[in-house]
Design a protein around this ligand. Structure first.
Ligand code: FES
Length: 321
């Protein structure tokens, strides 16, 4: 997608808005005329125009075989521009909201038979749809689900059922890093050619990325939930030299390289814009990058950069654009 692309929106009726854990609501949408909805596959998300006018992406968590409803689990954000809070507080059953048809940047490969899922907090939502799909297809999975406490754990009843006893590990760290789940033994070797899908807070995903450098990069998949943690309070401006034109552009602390290139009318293909899909991979020709993506392997980082999230450690970098 490019900066000017706007998703086609359809009006859908809100049919449910219920709290399912502390700070987490399950919202359900159906067609206003009772017609089947556009089909989706596990890992897909929908874009919702939330009541304060913002567009927000949410992963679908219901069974992809269902054509009559979309379900999303929404966590109340304490920071950000209030998109999720307005959805939780103002969307009532019977209301109509505009929703774009599902898009999947986190799809499961058809031929894979074994899956390892790692979810942190609300990152469990796409994984729920994956579990439902994988189970139906007779494939195998393991899930490691990390949350703060039982009260903040969405879908805890469903995932605690006896049928999941040998497949699901739910771990509560009570907000204490010393009690975090040790994933090293889980990721030490890739078993049965399994595919790893990880979704959750960026520190969890970065830790998983670092622990899977010895896995095939095609077997490790991430989805970032929030764009809020792309920028850090310590970010500073830097310059980007565009090798093809020789032009130098300034990237301010609160913007990404991609945003600045678009402001200069450069066409920059992208998809996730959270450093997980690989679409915006660009050759780094000089300078040192501050890598914030979850795509590049360690050996690729010296001469590649994902310009939707990554920044510069040096005052200037040169990229192949
Ligand atoms: Fe997906 Fe940059 S657009 S990694």
């Amino acid at each position: 997608m490019t900066a000017t692309d706007q998703p086609q929106m359809m009006p859908l009726r809100v049919t449910r808005n219920d709290q399912i854990a502390d700070g987490i609501h399950l919202l359900e949408f159906r067609d206003t005329g009772g017609n089947p909805l556009p089909q989706f596959s596990a890992g897909a998300h929908i874009t919702i125009r939330v009541p304060n006018g913002l567009l927000r992406k949410y992963s679908l968590c219901n069974d992809p075989a269902e054509r009559d409803r979309y379900q999303v689990a929404v966590k109340r954000e304490v920071t950000g521009r209030g998109g999720s809070s307005t959805l939780i507080d103002r969307a009532k059953p019977g209301d109509e909201l505009y929703v774009a048809a599902p898009v999947n940047d986190f799809a499961l490969p058809q031929r894979a038979q074994d899956f390892l899922f790692i979810a942190g907090g609300i990152g469990v939502t796409p994984i729920m749809a994956m579990i439902r799909q994988v189970q139906k297809e007779g494939k195998r999975f393991r899930l490691y689900y990390v949350t703060r406490s039982p009260e903040t754990t969405a879908f805890i009843d469903e995932l605690s059922k006896p049928e999941y006893k040998d497949k699901v590990v739910i771990h509560h760290d009570h907000g204490d890093p010393a009690r975090s789940l040790d994933l090293k033994p889980v990721l030490a070797e890739r078993k049965n050619r399994e595919h790893l899908y990880c979704c959750g807070p960026r520190p969890l995903m970065e830790a998983v990325r670092d622990m899977t450098d010895h896995w095939s990069s095609t077997a490790v998949h991430f989805e970032a939930f929030s764009e809020a943690d792309i920028h850090k309070a310590t970010d500073r401006p830097f310059k980007v030299r565009l090798a093809r034109s020789g032009k130098v552009v300034e990237v301010p602390a609160d913007k990404t390289i991609m945003e600045v290139l678009r402001e200069h009318s450069l066409d920059v293909p992208s998809s996730c814009e959270t450093g997980t899909c690989g679409t915006c991979r660009t050759k780094l020709l000089a300078g040192q990058a501050d890598h914030r993506d979850l795509v590049l392997a360690a050996h690729e980082r010296a001469d590649n950069i994902m310009i939707c999230v990554s920044r510069a450690k040096t005052d200037e970098i040169t990229i192949d654009r």
